[in-house]
Design a protein around this ligand. Structure first.
Ligand code: SF4
Ligand code: SF4
Length: 466
């Protein structure tokens, strides 16, 4: 059994000025009784260091919104009010609460606690219309998922054989395919963001520590990143292959942008790459409506990994009326079903990205049929970035980030991934699944609101009451 995968997390605050959801205010009627210091387990309430007879201002930063201090104050002296700056951040998909959750995870590396419980709707769009089946949670594991219990989160990138062929002397005839294994079910994708060299280096360094990869356009690979070539996936266009033979030779994985030229000449292009280096090739393609049939065709021609990319809110990026409103989860299900019906599912690795904002999205994308995902924006949010969806997508990185020491930036990313890894382990433990590869396409562990809605009410509202 391989060594247990573990992410070392440690508290790593970054002084960039969070935007908090609530502001706690202590009113003048406070009698300095100190009861709030006892009831708040997050130590938001402390006595003043200068004069212990009076209370210091509440520390909103550590508050988890449980409202206990407000209920227990004998004078009703505490108030909470919403920060308008908080509600103006993010958007419909990258909600302010989601940003705050990611900031907190990157700071502490622990699973988020909301304090007042979940009070939102039980369904929504995209991944929010999926529920996971946690029925195995009633069976306690021997000593828990963080103890001796072994749960593997490793995934493979590459083709797998449908079966093995042996000759009459029982010698293996089948040629085993080149396969790259990583310890977590996602890679980092820095394709859309050309960051400062310091941040790029921090992200590849974190990928190295975490045993995963970063996808970077070949033109954006800086000299200071050469020592990390084992953890970089250079992204190339077809015309860039010839001028980058040295890069391809050093890489374990490369990514090529999809084009009709590539689809038409896939076999000869793959042969050409194989002659340059022993790499696994990823075809990166947009999440358009007909992507399932294109993936099946590429798989028949020998594609090893296909990366399907939706927009940053997880929408299909084809603007046609027919695809309007579809999400990456629907696209993944189509692709998985198409490959299954062609009996070629195991021959290709399917990676999905776009709108992967939480650990649960990783598990849900896999339940829909992806082998792994790629994440982008959560890494930048971990470093304090704020995103605004309206009037158009914009990303604001905190000032002075380039001056933050490399180990601090790396640790924030490790904390985020540590928190996600713990959550994925919790989910798998609750599902009774010990190997994340088994999550792929395991729709028996998922419920889809649209389908249940149709099943339950479809007959009534369609007029077919039989
Ligand atoms: S419990 Fe209320 S009255 Fe007592 S110290 Fe806290 S805020 Fe003041
Ligand atoms: S609301 Fe809860 S977490 Fe926040 S300060 Fe009061 S007791 Fe502490």
């Amino acid at each position: 059994m391989p060594k247990k995968y573990h992410v070392n997390v440690q508290n790593t605050p970054l002084d960039f000025g969070y935007i908090y959801k609530f502001r706690i205010v202590r009113g003048e009627n406070c009698i300095n009784c100190g009861k709030c210091t006892k009831v708040c387990i997050y130590e938001a309430h402390q006595r003043s260091e200068e004069d212990p007879r009076i209370m210091a201002d509440p520390n909103t930063e550590v508050c988890r919104n449980c409202f206990r201090c407000i209920q227990e104050c004998p004078r009703g002296a505490l108030e909470k009010s919403l920060f308008s700056e908080f509600t103006g951040t993010g958007g419909e998909y990258w909600t302010p609460d989601l940003l705050l959750t990611l900031w907190k995870q990157a700071e502490t590396g622990s699973v988020p606690v909301s304090g007042a419980g979940y009070r939102g709707p039980f369904t929504g769009e995209g991944f929010d219309s999926m529920w996971t089946d946690m029925s195995e949670i009633v069976r306690p594991t021997r000593d828990g998922i963080h103890g001796r219990e072994y749960i593997s989160t490793s995934v493979d990138l590459g083709r797998k054989l449908n079966h093995l062929v042996f000759d009459s002397e029982n010698k293996l005839v089948s040629k085993l395919e080149n396969l790259v294994t990583i310890s977590i079910p996602f890679v980092f994708d820095m394709t859309d963001y050309d960051l400062m060299p310091e941040l790029k280096e921090a992200i590849v360094k974190a990928a190295e520590e975490l045993d995963t990869f970063v996808i970077i356009p070949v033109a954006n690979i800086a000299e200071n990143m050469e020592s990390y070539c084992n953890n970089i996936i250079p992204l190339l266009s077809l015309s860039e292959i010839e001028n980058n033979e040295e890069v391809i030779k050093k890489a374990r994985l490369i990514a090529i942008n999809y084009s009709e030229d590539l689809a038409g000449n896939f076999t000869s292009i793959k042969d050409k790459i194989t002659k340059i280096g022993d790499v696994v090739t990823i075809v990166r393609m947009p999440a358009v409506e007909n992507v399932a049939s294109v993936v099946a065709e590429l798989t028949r021609k020998g594609a090893e990994v296909v990366h399907i990319v939706a927009d940053y809110r997880g929408h299909c990026i084809d603007n046609s009326a027919v695809s309007n409103g579809r999400y990456i989860k629907d696209i993944i299900r189509d692709v998985h079903a198409e490959l299954l019906s062609n009996k070629i599912r195991d021959e290709v690795t399917v990676m999905a990205s776009g709108g992967i904002a939480l650990a649960e999205h990783v598990a849900k994308a896999m339940l829909c049929g992806a082998d792994l995902t790629a994440i982008d924006l959560p890494l930048l949010i971990a470093l304090g970035a704020r995103i605004y969806e309206e009037p158009e997508k914009s990303l604001v990185m905190p000032e002075g980030l380039a001056q933050v020491p490399l180990p601090t930036v790396v640790q924030r990313i490790m904390n985020l991934i540590g928190a996600w890894h713990s959550q994925i382990l919790e989910m798998m433990g609750a599902m009774g699944i010990r190997d994340i590869r088994r999550l792929r396409g395991e729709t028996g562990r998922a419920m889809f609101f649209e389908e249940m809605d149709k099943e339950t009410f479809g007959k009534i509202f369609s007029g077919d009451k039989q």
